[in-house]
Design a protein around this ligand. Structure first.
Ligand SMILES: *Cc1c(COP(=O)(O)O)cnc(C)c1O
Length: 372
């Protein structure tokens, strides 16, 4: 008999309507609904300050997927060239590269960083077939971005950082500083700072950020004559209203996420808590575990107790039908991670009882796999 899943793997909780209403009243008063209105300008400036950037360094987009595509477009990469990227990522990364008229070429990741090896990527990037490189910040965990700035400057090939889950990791004074490489953050409901749908392109090169903004408003730059072949990727004042209200309560939200992680950590033996993809200096909205056995076995054991789980990145992009014909290296680490990494229930308002249910299964199943 199938068990009902009564503890889901995620239960997003965005800012409440009550907190948004004052901002909605401002929209009523201004009668300005989109096209870089006052709330959008304010949201952009506040996000920029949060990440330690100038307001002109942030371009808001409808989501991170479109943001990555526009970032690639803004770099003017010739269509049809390859984009080196990990297969070990959410499929949105490959979708964004494809939408930019580039060909994903999948490389493996290192087992410690869940990121491609910089020296190897640099070697491949010397080929004239390669137009760009996309590097993913894995589930918000800080990576060395200086090394990717160096690869970009030595090869002359743009490196785009898919930092979709790294809203907090990139905070001003946080564990990872916004690099010179163009960087994209997601503000989706399932991410740590959600506005429903939203994204931001971050660039220390304000001309590049401006090009993203121009591309997101039909290629207009001060007149009604299109200067570039852009589209419509603006955000409305309603999205900015939710974002501004969410920023007002961000420190509370962050504390909730941190508390949820701490609940897991303090109740688990260290062997198991060391396997959690969790850090002390950053928060994100997912909690994956590197399971010593098969992720599917753990998922089954959790489900029998009514606990949900999710393989956030599945077994990578290269196994998915839409991308199966893309060029790919041998990907042994990606394959291994795909079979062993599982996302556990994680939400802002997790109770000790919720976490206790998950941990009981983790401890019992760990014993079966590892015998201790
Ligand atoms: C969430 C996510 C995306 C897509 O972000 P959207 O804002 O939903 O488009 C892209 N890449 C990674 C690694 C993600 O986690």
């Amino acid at each position: 008999m199938p068990t009902v899943i009564d503890l889901p793997f995620a239960r997003p909780k965005l800012v409440s309507a009550d907190r948004v209403i004052p901002y909605l009243r401002r929209i009523d008063a201004s009668r300005w609904y989109s096209n870089g209105g006052p709330l959008c300008v304010d949201f952009q400036a506040k996000l920029a300050a949060f990440w330690g950037l100038e307001p002109e360094s942030v371009a808001l987009t409808p989501n991170a997927t479109i943001g990555i595509t526009l970032a690639l477009n803004a770099h003017g990469i010739k269509p049809g060239l390859q984009c080196l990227m990990p297969s070990w990522t959410f499929v949105a990364s490959a979708a964004a590269v494809t939408a930019a008229h580039l060909l994903p070429r999948f490389v493996d990741v290192r087992p410690d960083t869940w990121c491609p090896d910089p020296a190897y990527v640099e070697q491949l990037a010397k080929s004239p077939d390669v137009g760009a490189i996309l590097i993913v910040v894995p589930f918000g965990a800080p990576i060395d971005l200086d090394v990717w700035d160096a690869v970009a400057s030595r090869t002359g090939k743009p490196v785009i950082i898919d930092a979709a889950a790294a809203f907090d990791t990139l905070r001003h004074g946080g564990p990872m500083t916004v690099p010179n490489c163009t960087t994209v953050v997601s503000l989706h409901a399932t991410k740590v700072f959600g506005v429903g749908e939203g994204g931001a392109v971050l660039s220390r090169d304000t001309e590049l950020a401006e090009r993203v903004r121009i591309l997101s408003r039909f290629g207009f730059n001060g007149s009604r004559e299109a200067q570039y072949r852009g589209g419509n990727a603006k955000i409305s004042e309603y999205t900015a209203a939710v974002g501004l209200a969410a920023l007002d309560e961000w420190s509370d939200a962050r504390a909730d996420w941190q508390a949820a992680g701490a609940l897991y950590q303090k109740a688990l033996p260290s062997a198991i808590s060391d396997a959690l993809w969790l850090g002390q200096s950053w928060v994100t909205s997912t909690l994956s575990i590197r399971w010593p056995g098969l992720a599917s076995d753990l998922a089954g054991a959790l489900a029998r107790k009514g606990v949900g789980s999710v393989a956030w990145w599945g077994e990578g992009c290269h196994v998915q039908r839409a991308y199966a014909d893309c060029q790919a290296d041998p990907l042994p680490v990606t394959r291994q991670l795909g079979q062993s990494v599982l996302g556990l229930p994680f939400m802002r308002d997790m109770t000790g009882q919720d976490v206790g249910r998950v941990n009981a299964v983790l401890i019992e199943e760990w014993e079966k796999v590892c015998g201790v």
